[in-house]
Write a protein that binds this ligand. Sequence first.
Ligand SMILES: Nc1ncnc2c1ncn2[C@@H]1O[C@H](COP(=O)(O)OP(=O)(O)OP(=O)(O)O)[C@@H](O)[C@H]1O
Ligand SMILES: [Mg+2]
Length: 212
Amino acid sequence: MQVSRLELRDFRNYERAEVRLAAGLTVICGPNGAGKTNLLEGIYFGCTGRSPRTSNERELIRRGASVTRVTLDVEDQTERHRLEVGFEPGAQKRVSLDGSSVEGAPGAESRPLVSVFMPERLELVKGAPSARRAHLDRFVAALWPSRAETRAAYSRALAQRNALLARLRAGASSRAALAAWDAELARHGTQLMEDRREAVDGLRPEFAGLAA
Ligand SMILES: Nc1ncnc2c1ncn2[C@@H]1O[C@H](COP(=O)(O)OP(=O)(O)OP(=O)(O)O)[C@@H](O)[C@H]1O
Ligand SMILES: [Mg+2]
């Protein structure tokens, strides 16, 4: 599935922009600061409801404007969809698929699966392992949406267990309660490891082919 049209309203440096994309490779060139990366960010934001370069979504709104909107037309041989993401500080982000609002991001079956490479992404290779784990878990969630909950469940069990350990140290709880959280943490942790392993196994042949 590919993006055939991108429309930006008050997004980054664009007050209003419409870009039509043909099939195949598109090269965007222009001077520094012209807004090339902003276009890429707009496509990613429209597909996923998230920015690939900032968690502060206020930065996405054009300076001087109060609300931003990104609209994408996407299509393959059999389907066409319109994805829309609207953001206004203080209000919930509005994501819609063909005019009906959806929670989070539209499902992977009705949008292109996007991967964006920016120089900052080298942090994935050079940076701390936690960033790699988080990335792998997003990959798992994109492949198998029903497994997206495992990471959150593991994080909750870890936080609960750590809180209990703190209470134990303070003498405010009994050790008996620990076994239940050990089991919960192990259950979600095992599931998370299996999902990660399966995802990596799926990627392995591709990488082996590149290295050959
Ligand atoms: N919220 C915003 N409102 C208005 N302008 C913004 C906003 N956020 C970023 N900009 C502007 O966008 C421009 C940068 O755009 P972008 O990063 O897409 O450039 P680029 O074409 O990728 O440049 P380079 O070649 O340096 O990578 C800057 O001029 C910056 O001031
Ligand atoms: Mg750039």
